[in-house]
Write a protein that binds this ligand. Sequence first.
Ligand code: HEM
Length: 500
Amino acid sequence: MAIIIGLLEISIAFIFFLVFQCFLLHKKTQRPFPTNWPVLGMLPALLHQVPRIYDCITEVLEAADMTFHFKGPWLSRTDILITVDPANIHYILSSNFVNYPKGMEFRNIFKELGDSIFNVDWELWEDLRNSAHAIFSHQEFQKISVSTSMSKLKQGLVPILENAVEENILVDLQDLFQRFLYDTSSILMTGYDTECLSIEMPKVEFSDAVDGVVDGLFYRHFMPVFLWKLQKWIGVGVEKRMKRGLASFDKLFEKIISAKREELKTHIDSKGEAVDVLTYYLTMDTTKYKHLKLSSDKFIRDIIFGFLIAGRDTTSTALTWFFWLLSKNPEAKTKIRQEINEKMPKFDSAELDKLVYLHGAVCETLRLYSPVPFNHKSPAKPDVLPSGHRVDENLKIIITPYAMGRMRSIWGDDAEDFRPERWITDSGKLKHVPSYKFLAFNAGPRLCLGKKLTFLQMKTVAVEIIRNYDIKVVEGHQTKPVPSIILRMRDGLKVSVTKV
Ligand code: HEM
């Protein structure tokens, strides 16, 4: 009997040994794909990876030849096709655009943005797009964009940096850029200066509100609908924070719209030219765009809310990563400084195009740290993508500019490196890179309407800071992106500032 028990023990030990070896071998050779469990699908792996979601998706896509089918829990309708294949992207965003609206699922997730341009399809989107394009490309609006950015820079940002130098205090660059962009966007979008950018650093209620909303929207992409709806109904977790944020935003906006309506009763710009986007929509000839419900305050709120999020969070995020990347790549900073001193001894916004290396550095930042890390589509009709993947109406398609910017198959073996030279030809001109490859601003008919404004604002801030200050990131400061629909840094960017 003892011999039998002994043999049994040895056999069990041997089986364990074999299983353990197989497991180790599997781990060593394993590609980074999440396990597809019965019932739960790949959700457990996803939840486990949330803190490093962007890099995890990048690794999976690199190993999966740029397209991966994520399986959600059974019956939860959260299957997602994630793709960064340029052929698919071009097909979805441009050549077969009509079959790939945002779709009902997107509208459901982004319900709180109402009828903002990001959220709608078809005729309403066309009217919003055409009307927004008319104001954003208006010469007067562009002039105001330049003058607003310049005056906020000189009267808001520079005094704070000077104060930091004199008092030898640390500043959070992300917070500073958010304040800068919130003030400038608010002036351009509503005509009101929120005056967040001052040495006193007043508490910005809107900022917390927006962060709450954008973080909540991120989780809804991956959670089964019934789960986030239940959370919303009970009022817990990210849904609770989102609700609080929206309430505070709505209160603020109610005041702004009614004040503007009052103001317009007594004063309408004599030249009939819009000076800010809110005035533009409130005084617009309502017969021009028949799908816009301009008499509704809620509709106006939706439009402006969308533009404010678009204008503040994206550009401030891009500027933050830009200065972080320069701190990691001091030789690039030196080259930019030389270029500024040689080609633009005195600031002139009309001459910004001369700063080719700076432009390359901005593009490189947007490639590696795309401020909008995800985009979301749903096919209207079943289709087959150029990669051969079948998609039907129930499938969500997620395109991720963050992962796309890091694919070695697209950008080469140095895809992870910050190399502004990538964007410059041998003759010193800017290289054209198609938007379905450099996807930070989206591509096709829904290409970002603020692209020009973004380059203008980023370069204006960069020139002023790099010419005059040395920015040093505090030793040991962690720079992790928050899992959200905007790629802001979780703990901000703490820096010390000295004069050049
Ligand atoms: C670094 C800065 C920016 C980045 C990375 C960026 C990126 C994007 C992306 C990815 C989209 C497509 C979104 C989607 O379809 O869901 C988009 C659309 C848009 N962006 Fe930007 N954006 C930036 C700055 C701005 C600014 C400053 C404005 C102006 C206020 C702006 C206005 C818009 C508008 C109106 C759309 C909607 C276009 C449409 O759906 O037809 N963006 N942007």
